[in-house]
Ligand binder design. Structure first.
Ligand SMILES: [Cu+2]
Length: 362
């Protein structure tokens, strides 16, 4: 127990103990958007001829508020791209851990002999990748997170075979080193995976403008302000911080009255969200076509699905929802995407109601 507490303490201080050369207060290798800015689509990478090859460098930096960020960035500077694949495709990733080693930092052997995958020893700067929701092999060099350790300076290759019967929909990737994954996920090292073809199961989305929205949580900067419920964690939308207590929302630009296909991942480590679209305070119908990467009403992802219409969508950490929304009409004065308050009981984190974005006319 003592050792675990020691690791936890050490990881919360990771930003403070990493050598200064790797850190930059301007966001450095892991640039972050400004509060109140326009929501941009994450960059896209597509497979060709059944293969998606990508190189990722794993970096750390400080954001404008002094929080420690982590990120997966291509050598060309593309951060957290959405990986688009078809069922049956292969994703090849060369992952290089660019975090500086911490001299004298704790290290623990977690595997030996044939069980070693990457490095045998876990350190505070170890990384690996989990491909959340995918029905892929749990073996070394695929979706294995228990023993896979890629340490500072090392390169590790992933060969992820997406099965032919993978349901079309939204999945995501993130580091998953047991003991430090909360810190790296809250640092923002995550991105979406889209398995293509949902329009074949849910024809209602065919041809609609598509939006990929990623909610992440991160360390809260501000202290408790009297009278304003304090969340355990701050949240961001596509890397735009919506920090307590002002909650300066991100901006979604949308054409009035038109339908869009929204694909939302809760890429938080700890924060539960309950999405709602409010037009002048009135909850709007959300036409759900997929949950957690599976088209609704089509359990095997092969047969025609059904749309489920709700006025809110509860998404735990790692949950995903894909739904059709209709932009506000000319009469609407105030359009907002919010998360409602979640009452998780006495032992739960505090997840108060807060806005994520305002919707403005494009
Ligand atoms: Cu996960």
């Amino acid at each position: 127990m003592k050792r675990i507490v020691g690791w936890l303490f050490a990881t919360f201080c990771l930003g403070a103990i990493l050598p200064g050369g790797a850190m930059a207060a301007d966001g450095g290798k892991c640039p972050r958007a400004a509060a109140g800015s326009d929501v941009k689509r994450p960059p896209d990478l597509y497979s060709t001829n059944g293969v998606l090859n990508v190189s990722f460098d794993y970096w750390t930096a400080l954001d404008a508020e002094g929080r420690t960020s982590f990120c997966f960035v291509t050598p060309g500077g593309v951060e957290s791209p959405t990986l688009h694949v078809n069922p049956g495709d292969t994703i090849n990733i060369a992952l290089t851990n660019r975090l500086p080693q911490i001299p004298g930092g704790p290290s623990e052997i977690v595997a030996s002999g044939s069980k070693v995958c990457g490095s045998p020893a876990m350190t505070l700067t170890s990384v690996n990748m989990h491909f959340h929701g995918t029905n892929t092999s749990p073996k070394c060099h695929s979706d294995e997170v228990i023993r896979t350790l890629v340490n500072s300076g090392q390169t590790f290759t992933y060969t992820l075979k997406i099965p032919k019967d993978e349901p079309p929909g939204l999945y995501w990737y993130h580091p998953h080193i047991h003991g430090i994954s909360s810190v790296s996920v809250q640092g923002g090292a995550s991105g979406a995976i889209v398995v293509e073809g949902i329009q074949n199961i849910q024809p209602a989305v065919a041809g609609l403008p598509e939006r990929i929205l990623i909610v992440r949580d991160q360390a809260r900067v501000a202290h408790h302000v009297k009278g304003i419920p304090t969340p355990n964690w701050d949240i961001s939308l596509n890397y735009i911080p919506v920090d307590y207590p002002d909650y300066n929302p991100a901006v979604i630009k949308m054409k009035r009255g038109t339908q869009e296909f929204w694909r939302v991942a809760n890429a938080s480590a700890n924060t539960i969200i309950d999405l709602q679209l409010l037009y002048d305070g009135k909850p709007q119908p959300l036409q759900i076509v997929g949950l957690d990467g599976v088209p609704t009403g089509s359990h095997d992802g092969k047969h025609q699905g059904t749309i489920i219409t709700q006025k809110n969508i509860l998404l735990p950490p790692a949950g995903r929802a894909e739904f059709i929304v209709t932009g506000p009409s000319r009469r609407v004065q105030d359009a907002q995407l919010v998360t409602r308050k979640i009452d998780g009981g006495p032992a739960s984190d505090s997840n108060p109601a807060r806005p994520l974005a305002v919707i403005e006319e494009t």
